[in-house]
Design a binder for this molecule. Structure first.
Ligand code: ADP
Ligand code: ADP
Length: 226
């Protein structure tokens, strides 16, 4: 069924830039949805509107049937992984992963269970006590993913998360992402400007251009259409 329902979403920045121009789309629960489009077409603005980092100008965002358009970020149950990871440099790998859990009022046993599961899944056990600066790009990306996934969000948004990696690492991380998506039984919205990545990853593709949704459908529907 439908998990996310975006209707008439519009964002005009204070300087008058119309970044997102009344877009409509839905995402089914469990899908790996990819939003693709050229730089400046409004992809990041869309993600930051969904997660609640931006006040939208108009439109509605519903998650599992609840209107979350005006809800504060931390109550939305939507995670965001940034391209540049944004790990806390003064915290270890494990502390970075645990950090968001501290605000959730879970008991220590549940915090430990979730942290250990993520360290294991991301193959980060050996790196748990390292500082982020000691890690490679791929390892940092796994920590960033773990830090979001440990909160068990209904929906995880990924903003060009493999953008700065070389091709070989990108391909490996794509396989990781597909595995994680499957194992966590979660819903992803993944933003990229790379069409080949979209074709490899997506259950559903949303094509954006100039602040609008141009097309939406399966890989076959988007790329094999006459
Ligand atoms: P994308 O993620 O597809 O590259 P963005 O959502 O970042 O696109 O940007 C969409 C449009 O909004 C672009 O024209 C961009 O220059 C503009 N924009 C982004 N952030 C701001 C801002 N804070 N203030 C004004 N304009 C912005
Ligand atoms: P507390 O705030 O209870 O002192 P922490 O903030 O250090 O604990 O960690 C929260 C939870 O995450 C704890 O239950 C702890 O056992 C677990 N945790 C912290 N570091 C690690 C690690 N390296 N490996 C596995 N679990 C960890």
């Amino acid at each position: 069924g439908t998990m996310l329902d975006v209707s008439g979403l519009t964002k005009i920045y204070p300087d008058g830039t119309l970044a997102v121009d009344g877009i409509d789309f839905t995402v089914d629960a469990g899908d790996f949805c990819v939003i693709i489009g050229p730089s400046g077409c409004g992809k990041s603005t869309t993600l930051h509107s969904l997660v609640g980092n931006l006040d939208v100008t108009s439109g509605t965002i519903s998650l599992d049937g609840t209107d979350i358009t005006d809800q504060p970020t931390h109550t939305r149950d939507i995670g965001l992984v940034f391209q540049d990871f944004q790990l806390f440099p003064h915290l270890t790998v494990a502390e970075n992963i645990v950090y968001g859990l501290e605000q959730m009022g879970l008991d220590d046993q549940e915090k430990r269970r979730r942290t250990e599961r993520l360290l294991e899944m991301m193959q980060l056990e050996e790196l748990a006590d390292r500082d982020p600066e000691e890690l490679s790009a791929g390892q940092k990306q796994r920590v960033a993913l773990a830090r979001s996934l440990v909160l068990e969000p209904k929906l995880l948004l990924l903003d060009e998360p493999l953008g700065d990696m070389d091709y070989k690492l990108q391909k490996r991380m794509e396989r990781e992402l597909l595995r994680i998506h499957r194992e966590f039984d979660t819903t992803f919205i993944y933003v990229t400007h790379d069409q080949t990545q979209a074709m490899r990853l997506a259950d559903q593709i949303i094509v954006m251009n100039d602040g609008q949704v141009e097309q939406s459908g399966s890989v076959a529907e988007i790329y094999n259409s006459p």
